[in-house]
Write a protein that binds this ligand. Structure first.
Ligand code: FPP
Length: 239
């Protein structure tokens, strides 16, 4: 069994929460907080290589976020488009490979096209793997995976006897990614809110009070370094 004490996390996943409260505390509209949050995304992505973080997965929009007001949803979608447009060249130059997970069916065509293009543009990069969860829900992901798996069974490509813990994750959106070692949630809520349900079975969790727009690379570095001091047992007793 692997003992990882002393080693930093390869894969960090983040639930970026608190943008709305951050803006409201300043008497501003919630979108103001999302824009500040997007600037932090840039800072945290850039900090990854120096901290030895190879994979960063961020929760940008959940399957439940459609319940927000129409203007907030539209503002977030426009923010995602702008982010892709503005950051694409820099992400490419900095060696970041970008992937998106989640169900694209409900996203508008223009945004989906931009997501596809950014994935293709950065597909030869390998320095940092940034995965953006957009219209993502863990249960929805497992349901979609099961649907695809059922199709393969029906088509005779997969024997139900061979469906096990190794097979199912191959159908998840994250099939090319390792499981996250560490999941961070900002803004004081201690919930996982349907994020990476299958993948985070053995992840360490860090819930911190800081609101996402206040989450600096320094705080990130402290959490990552603190992880290195932890011992992960994966259910086993270490000898
Ligand atoms: C949660 O804060 C945040 C979101 C639902 C959106 C996350 C989006 C960003 C950080 C913007 C940029 C992302 C990318 C990939 C460019 P909240 O609105 O739930 O805050 P609250 O709990 O205080 O209301």
């Amino acid at each position: 069994m692997t003992k990882t004490a002393g080693k930093g996390p390869d894969h960090v996943a983040i639930i970026m929460d608190g943008n709305g409260r951050w803006a409201q505390a300043r008497g501003k509209a919630r979108l103001f907080g999302h824009h500040a949050g997007a600037r932090r995304v840039k800072e945290i992505v850039r900090a990854c290589p120096g901290l030895g973080v190879k994979y960063l997965t961020i929760f940008a929009f959940s399957t439940e976020n459609w319940k927000r007001t129409q203007s907030e949803v539209a503002g977030l979608m426009s923010l995602f488009r702008r982010y892709i447009q503005r950051e694409a060249q820099e992400l490419l130059a900095e060696g970041v490979r970008v992937r998106f997970i989640g169900d694209r069916i409900r996203l508008d065509d223009k945004l989906v096209q931009m997501m596809d293009e950014l994935e293709l543009l950065t597909s030869n990069n390998d320095k940092v793997h940034l995965t953006v969860a957009l219209n993502y829900g863990g249960r929805d992901e497992v349901a979609r995976a099961t649907r695809r798996l059922a199709h393969d069974v029906k088509a005779g490509k997969l024997d139900p006897k061979n469906v096990d813990e190794e097979t199912l994750p191959k159908y998840l959106d994250t099939y090319v990614l390792p499981d996250p070692d560490l999941v961070i949630r900002t803004s004081g809520e201690a919930r996982i809110s349907n994020f990476l349900l299958w993948q985070s079975a053995y992840s360490e969790y860090e819930f911190i009070d800081t609101l996402w727009p206040d989450f600096t690379k320094r705080i990130f570095a402290e959490i990552v370094e603190n992880f290195a001091g932890r011992e992960r047992r994966f259910g086993a007793v270490l000898t």
